[in-house]
Design a protein around this ligand. Structure first.
Ligand code: AQP
Length: 329
């Protein structure tokens, strides 16, 4: 059975970018029979979150949202990063074969520091911990958004370096996984047109109460093309979000694109935003309902995490044992 591994940081409320770039792929692969390992990257979130109460709340919320979006614990092992200690041990072993220059070249560190995150050692070596998350459970694929491509490439590279240093030809220590990125939703824009990101304050949370959801969608930045003029759907954020949710090939998306292009006094950006609002409610209706139910069932959430951690620990134990042996410990 093929395996996938991926995770999200509990650095804030999950948003449409996380859903379109990552979670939607988890759901598709889960339905195709992949054994899935999907974790909450709580150690990674420590590079940006310094409020323990907020972190605790976010961690629980990410698990509830994973389940609400449709991850099924029978097919997907859901766990917290700190519940699989083998990951931090592997991070050390991988760090010892990682050239410093590789971290110097990592773009996410530079981007995040430029956005005001503290320039900590944790943030600097973030890709090594991420490589350990990935390699610990030997996945075939790592589905992520475009911004994570380089980090998965680093994980592949570290696995190969380690295998080269310590493996024997016929028995590599680490399995080298493939990155998987969804075309069309690889970088979803946020309300302001930049990449949608928890830390940029430009996100759309599909679980917002209806009134607030509509208000937030109406805030999406659009250009100043007058109502009666033709508009370009390909450069508009509202259209990008609609297309990511409905699907680029959906007749509803084509129909909306035609409305943009027509010179029509009765179709402005406000109408496109109303269409997006209705689509979000329709698309996430069942998830919004499930989320309400899950919020009242903390026992179930705890059980899911215990089972998920047991499966991840089991997978990681064999990998760490091999890696320790390979280096001479
Ligand atoms: N805008 C996006 N479009 C497509 N995919 C996205 N992802 C994030 N934003 C977009 C994908 O979601 C997964 C989880 O990412 P993460 O939580 O580890 O951190 P991130 O990529 O840094 O996400 P954020 O929201 O931007 O978090 P902060 O602001 O805390 O750094 C990944 O697969 C990512 O590609």
């Amino acid at each position: 059975m093929p395996r996938l591994l991926s995770g999200l940081q509990p650095s804030g409320q999950l948003h449409l970018g996380n859903y379109a770039g990552a979670i939607k792929q988890f759901l598709t692969l889960q339905d195709r029979g992949y054994e899935s390992f999907v974790f909450v990257a709580s150690y990674h979130a420590l590079t940006s979150v310094r409020d323990p109460a907020a972190l605790r709340t976010n961690i629980r919320q990410v698990v509830i949202d994973y389940l609400a979006f449709g991850l099924e614990p029978k097919k997907t092992h859901i766990y917290l990063q700190q519940d699989v200690p083998a990951v931090t041990e592997l991070a050390w072993l991988l760090g010892c074969v990682c050239p410093k220059s590789q971290m110097d070249k990592a773009v996410s560190y530079k981007d995040k520091v430029a956005k005001g995150l503290p320039a900590s050692l944790g943030l600097y070596t973030y890709p090594v911990l991420q490589a350990a998350d990935i390699l610990a459970v030997e996945p075939d694929v790592v589905p992520v958004g475009e911004d994570q491509r380089q980090n998965v490439e680093i994980a592949r590279d570290l696995a190969q370096r380690f295998n080269h240093a310590y493996g024997r030809d016929d028995t590599p220590v680490f399995k080298v996984p493939e990155v998987m990125i969804q075309r069309g939703t690889a970088v979803l824009p946020g309300l302001d047109g930049q990449k949608m990101s928890k830390s940029y304050g430009n996100t759309l949370d599909p679980f917002l109460p209806e009134k607030k959801l509509r208000k937030t969608i109406m805030k999406i930045v659009s250009d100043s093309t007058p109502v009666e003029a033709a508009k370009n759907p390909d450069t508009d954020t509202t259209f990008a979000l609609f297309s990511a949710l409905a699907g680029a090939d959906n007749p509803r998306t084509h129909e909306l694109a035609e409305k943009y292009r027509a010179e029509n006094i009765s179709f402005g950006y406000g109408h496109a935003k109303q269409a997006l609002f209705e689509l979000v409610l329709e698309h996430f209706g069942p998830a919004r309902q499930r989320r309400e139910e899950l919020m009242g069932d903390p026992g179930h959430v705890e059980q899911v995490l215990r089972d998920g951690a047991a499966a991840a620990n089991q997978a990681a134990a064999a990998v760490v044992k091999n890696a320790r042996h390979a280096v001479g410990l």
